[in-house]
Design a protein around this ligand. Structure first.
Ligand code: FAD
Ligand code: MLT
Ligand code: ZN
Length: 490
């Protein structure tokens, strides 16, 4: 099946599973943690946006690092391919097998090991669900340093392996900064203990970085130590409606009214400064998809663009005053058409629901071509009208939203059903456009199965060669997440 679907990818020379292999896994994990029935394996074979699928007939559910080590040592020796999987919310096809790779799911590795109220360091197993960790930390006056729409399903190990960004990276930074240490199992089963909980530790190479963002190709993350910030005592949220951005050319700066958006971002960064926690945007067609498919209500009448500005702070009066002054200033300067601000928990949740559930609404709209681009902030939205112009009516919907404060645009193109013809119109154009503007072809979702052959648009030949050398060093038999991340040798 996959061979027809992905004609450009050939199954590697990996050993197919037989009864003896399954008996070994059952001996190691017990009968109940080795899934082999097609109906039990189905959900592990299909990705969240149903873009890709594999046909694995074996899902393994270890509970401990030692069990992961036992599985990998066995698979490495026999050259059995393995696909690591967390919450399976990845958006680039990295989390599901391509052919019959064994799925190693971290779903049962969900133990919280320690929480230090003073240092704010949390240590836990890789399969803990992000939202559960955040709820746990709330009891300690702390929070997770990342938040994303998939929080109810994604695992911290998956977050680390994709170096997930999310809604508040602007304030709390990326996981390369917040992960203090981790434990990982190498392809040959060796356990690598880099689980430092120290803030400062410059003793040689920072090996943890090999695993943060390498999408399961260099090892399996089994435990993480994360620096968690205090939970804010005061939260404020503003939802703004704006006029249309007029984009004159693709390569020069977006001008005229996009300048007003840039002014808002600049002002938000300077006037809200240390309390600014999020700066997001969505366009009209994105709002439309959420309102139509999820029946959520927009807090504002229709506008071409919307922005979310959030603050996290420790003093309600101070923060509210700052937010109000900021809003008054942008209104006085006529930078926005309309806006609403709140610090009421339920109202804030309604607004965040609109933003966080965009992915789900788009999924209900049709087949989704999803692009996750970093662009210089002055060119932030330029790809959307360029694509609208290029595709005309051959797409059902072409919309943009994303992490404006971080220059990360999500371009989504929805069609009734997948055709190669439309894909050829989108790719490689979307990547060439991004590369010309010196952007990144993957800001936060990763490379996975969908994008390896386009990596050169963002990475030099020398960088790609070094990545391949690292892969050979870490996983000489190539068993970990094959067909993903690294481009094939031509
Ligand atoms: P999976 O999808 O299971 O796996 C992702 C990759 O990591 C795969 O390559 C897999 O092989 C590997 N992997 C998983 N666990 C391990 C492990 N323990 N060791 C080694 N490799 C492993 N992403 C963002 O960056 N920002 C967002 O704002 C964002 N919002 C999202 C909203 C929605 C509604 C959805 C569906 C997805 C969103 N994503 C976002 C994408 C996705 O949620 C993230 O990439 C997330 O970090 C993936 O975590 P996961 O546990 O689901 O990993
Ligand atoms: C988001 O910011 O909502 C996520 O990255 C998911 C997506 O791009 O759809
Ligand atoms: Zn995102």
């Amino acid at each position: 099946f996959s061979q027809d679907r992905y004609p450009h990818v050939k199954r590697g020379d990996y050993t197919s599973l037989d009864a003896d292999h399954l008996n070994f896994f059952r001996g190691l994990l017990g009968e109940g943690r080795v899934l082999t029935k097609p109906e039990d394996c189905e959900a592990y074979n299909v990705d969240w946006i149903k873009n890709v699928r594999g046909y694995s007939r074996c899902v393994l559910k270890p509970k401990t690092t030692e069990e992961v080590s036992g599985i990998l040592a066995f698979c490495n020796e026999r050259r059995i391919a393995v696909c690591p999987q967390g919450g399976n919310t990845g958006l680039v096809g990295g989390s599901v097998p391509v052919f019959d790779e064994v799925v190693l799911s971290t779903a049962l590795m969900n133990e919280i090991i320690s929480t230090n109220d003073t240092s704010g360091v949390l240590v836990c197993q890789a399969g803990c669900i992000l939202e559960s960790l955040d709820s746990h930390l709330a009891n300690h006056g702390l929070m997770m340093p990342l938040d994303l729409g998939a929080k109810g399903s994604c695992h911290i190990g998956g977050n680390v392996s994709t170096n997930a960004g999310g809604l508040r990276l602007l304030r709390y930074g990326n996981l390369q900064g917040s992960v203090l240490g981790l434990e990982a199992v190498k392809a040959n089963g060796e356990i690598l203990d880099c689980l430092s909980t120290l803030k400062k530790d410059n003793t040689g190479y920072h090996l943890k970085h090999l695993f943060i963002g390498s999408e399961g190709t260099l090892g399996i993350v089994t435990k993480v130590a994360i620096q968690c910030p205090p939970k804010p005592k005061a939260v404020n949220l503003a939802f703004l409606g704006e006029r249309k951005y007029i984009i004159l050319t693709f390569t020069s700066n977006c001008v005229d009214s996009f300048e007003t958006v840039l002014k808002i971002v600049r002002k938000a960064k300077r006037e809200l400064s240390e309390i600014l926690s999020s700066c997001e945007m969505m366009d009209e067609l994105t709002m439309d998809v959420v309102v139509s498919h999820l029946k959520l209500k927009s807090p504002l009448p229709q506008h071409p663009f919307y922005m979310i500005i959030e603050t996290h702070g420790s003093n309600e009066n101070h923060d509210e005053e700052k937010m109000n002054t900021f809003l008054q200033n942008i209104m006085d300067e006529k930078l926005v058409l309309n806006g609403t601000a709140t610090s009421e928990v339920s109202k804030m949740k309604n607004i965040w629901d609109i933003r966080e559930r965009i992915t789900e609404a788009l999924d209900r709209d049709g087949y989704v071509f999803k692009y996750d681009i970093s662009l210089p902030i002055q060119n932030f939205y330029s790809l959307v009208p360029a694509m609208q112009e290029r595709l005309g009516t051959s797409a059902k919907r072409i919309c943009g939203y994303g992490h404006l404060g971080d220059g990360n645009l999500h371009l989504n193109i929805i069609v009734g059903e997948f055709t190669q013809d439309i894909l050829n119109k989108i790719e490689p154009f979307v990547y060439q456009f991004t590369s010309q503007l010196k952007g990144s072809i993957s800001a936060e979702h990763g490379i996975g199965f969908r994008k390896p052959k386009y990596m050169h648009y963002s990475k030099s030949e020398t960088s790609i060669r070094l990545m391949k050398e690292l892969k050979v060093l870490m996983d000489p038999r190539g068993i970990l997440n094959p067909y993903k991340v690294l481009p094939e040798n031509k």
